[in-house]
Design a protein around this ligand. Structure first.
Ligand code: 5RP
Length: 232
C-alpha cells in the first residue's frame, strides 16, 4: 500500500481509527467512496494478519469487488437481521453529524445498510466538516421512468434547478439502475423539512440526507492525526 499524503492521508488516518471499533463476532457494513475504500483495504490487511473474525456486507458493487480482492467475504445484507456497525464516508458533515451522502451515487444502499445498523461511524478528512449542509449538491436518486417529471417536482421542493448527473455525456446509472439528480441549494436551512418534502415526491427513490443516523465521526487531517467528533 503506497503511503498517501495530504487529504488522502487524512482519509486513511480516519479509516485506521475506525478499526479500533471492531470486535470479534461483529456484523459490519462496509461503506462506499474513497475513504471507505481505505477502511476496506486496512480491514483486509488486519483480517489477513489474523485475530479478527467479523461478518461483512457491502454498500456498493465497487466496495464488494474491492473487499473480495482483499480476501473479505461479503454476504448479502438480508443474511443479517441487524448489523452491529457500519463504517462509511460522507460528502458533508454538520455539527449534529447530519450528513450529505451520495457523491458516489451509492446513498440508496448506504442508507438501507446504515438504518439496519446499531451504530454508524462516519470517516472523513477534515474538509468534509461544514457549519451548515448544502454547499455540496444534494444527490437524489430517482427512477428512470418519468425522470423529467420527477425532476420538476424536486425543483419545486428544493427551489433550484436540479441537474441530472452525467458521466461521459450519459446519465449516470446507480447500482440499482436509477438516475441521480444533484440539487445545488447552497445552504439547507431546514434539512428535516427538506427530507420530508423529498420523501413525498413520487419517483424519488432516496435522497442523500442522513439525519440523526451517525453516532460519531472520525476525522483525519493532512498531518496524519485523527480525532473523534460527537454530535452536538
Ligand atoms: C457514496 C458516498 C461516499 O461515502 C461519499 O461520496 C464520500 O466519498 P469520499 O470518501 O470519496 O469523499 O456517499 O455514495
Amino acid at each position: 500500500m503506497t503511503e498517501p499524503t495530504g487529504k488522502e492521508l487524512g482519509k486513511k488516518t480516519a479509516a485506521a481509527m475506525a478499526l479500533d471499533h471492531l470486535r470479534n463476532g461483529m456484523t459490519v457494513g462496509l461503506g462506499s467512496g474513497s475513504t471507505a475504500e481505505w477502511f476496506v483495504r486496512l480491514l483486509g490487511a488486519r483480517m489477513r494478519e489474523g485475530g479478527l473474525d467479523i461478518a461483512c456486507t457491502a454498500t456498493s458493487k465497487r466496495t464488494e469487488a474491492l473487499a473480495r480482492e482483499e480476501g473479505i467475504v461479503i454476504r448479502p445484507l438480508d443474511d443479517f437481521e441487524r448489523l452491529d456497525l457500519t463504517v462509511d464516508g460522507a460528502d458533508e458533515i454538520d455539527p449534529a453529524l447530519d450528513l450529505i451522502k451520495g457523491g458516489g451515487a451509492c446513498h440508496l444502499i448506504e442508507k438501507i445498510v446504515a438504518s439496519a445498523s446499531d451504530t454508524l461511524i462516519v470517516i472523513a478528512d477534515d474538509s468534509k466538516l461544514v457549519p451548515v449542509l448544502g454547499a455540496f449538491p444534494l444527490p437524489v436518486e430517482i427512477t428512470t421512468l418519468g425522470w423529467k417529471t420527477t425532476m420538476r417536482r424536486i425543483a419545486e421542493v428544493t427551489g433550484d434547478v436540479p441537474l441530472i448527473r452525467r458521466g461521459e455525456g450519459e446519465p449516470v446509472l446507480t447500482d440499482e439502475g436509477n438516475f441521480i439528480v444533484d440539487c445545488h441549494m447552497g445552504q439547507i436551512a431546514d434539512a428535516a423539512a427538506l427530507a420530508t418534502a423529498l420523501n413525498a415526491v413520487p419517483g424519488m427513490v432516496e435522497h442523500g440526507l442522513f439525519l440523526g443516523m451517525a453516532s460519531r465521526a472520525l476525522i483525519g487531517a493532512a498531518d496524519g492525526t485523527a480525532r473523534e467528533v460527537l454530535p452536538v
